[in-house]
Design a protein around this ligand. Structure first.
Ligand SMILES: NC(=O)c1ccc[n+]([C@@H]2O[C@H](COP(=O)([O-])OP(=O)(O)OC[C@H]3O[C@@H](n4cnc5c(N)ncnc54)[C@H](OP(=O)(O)O)[C@@H]3O)[C@@H](O)[C@H]2O)c1
Length: 250
């Protein structure tokens, strides 16, 4: 598939990995549709990328049905996407019993329902075009269901399983699907009120990655047809160890 005249839609484009996806995709795409709740940082990104790609800012809360419907409509109007990056997300730290159930439902809506809806909206156009790329931003947490992240890890495990089945269903369509499973990456996600119990300092320096390297690994993975991408040697080792533990427990 030629990378010219290509449109990308990136959710969670106002910060972190989403903003970096926009930056790196600007080298490959002509139009980027940036989706998040906060317009200001996306407008700043549009300015920054001027001359490289045309950035359309779409304000939408993807926890709400209306927000998701607005973005689905944008996809219908814009036609085929070369890239759909389902990245918007948040995390919480605390035992399932102690967390607000509304916040856990919201996480399921954002990580799972929004991803499913945007895939449904985008895939028919991609099929018609004969190709496209879908990245579902998961997490290494998909492999490591530790206490304190029960719903977060479960939503990410869903994304891995969903991506795997979807890729198989789309075989021969030219559409590539990827579940991107980053480990600790320096973004705003650890500084939100829902993560106030998380102490970044306890995570050794060697485990942290930068958004640039995570997004580069994802785009390289798409080129290589890699379905599950775990950026970083240490993270890959950790994911494999956890999978082995799960196998041993069978
Ligand atoms: N950073 C890590 O260590 C790490 C590790 C593994 C996986 N991940 C995954 O990477 C993805 C991106 O996270 P990040 O680390 O880049 O975090 P981030 O810097 O906090 O960015 C999160 C993005 O999601 C958007 N978002 C949150 N709630 C939303 C909603 N209701 N509707 C629309 N957009 C919403 C935010 O925009 P607004 O606030 O403007 O809406 C923001 O643009 C997430 O899916 C996360 O689970 C991150």
């Amino acid at each position: 598939m030629s990378d010219r005249n290509i449109t990308a839609l990136v959710t969670g484009a106002s910060a972190g990995l989403g903003a970096e996806f926009c930056r790196q995709l600007a080298d490959r795409c002509d139009v980027i549709i940036a989706v998040a709740r906060r317009a200001k940082p996306m407008q700043a990104l549009a300015k920054e990328l001027q001359g490289k790609a045309e950035v359309h800012v779409v304000e939408a809360d993807l926890i709400s049905i209306e927000g998701v419907a607005r973005v689905m409509e944008v996809i219908r109007q814009k036609g085929p996407l070369g890239y759909l990056i389902n990245n918007a997300g948040f995390s919480t730290l605390g035992d399932f019993e102690g967390e607000l159930i509304d916040s856990q439902h919201a996480m399921v809506s954002l990580h799972i329902n929004a991803t499913l809806s945007l895939c449904r909206a985008a895939i028919p156009f991609m099929r018609e075009m004969g190709g496209g790329n879908i990245v579902n931003v998961s997490s290494i947490g998909a492999f490591t269901p530790y206490p304190g992240v029960a719903v977060y890890s479960a939503t990410k495990a869903f994304l891995n399983s969903f991506s795997e089945s979807l890729q198989a269903e789309l075989a021969g369509s030219g559409i590539a699907v990827q579940a991107l499973c980053p480990g600790y990456t320096r973004t705003e996600i650890h500084d939100t009120p829902t993560m106030d119990r998380f102490d970044k300092a306890v995570i050794p320096e060697k485990y942290w990655m930068e958004v640039e390297e995570v997004v580069a690994a994802s785009l390289l993975g798409l080129e290589n047809g890699q379905l599950i991408v775990v950026p970083g040697e240490g993270n890959l080792k950790m994911a494999k160890k956890s999978l082995q533990k799960q196998l041993d427990a069978l």
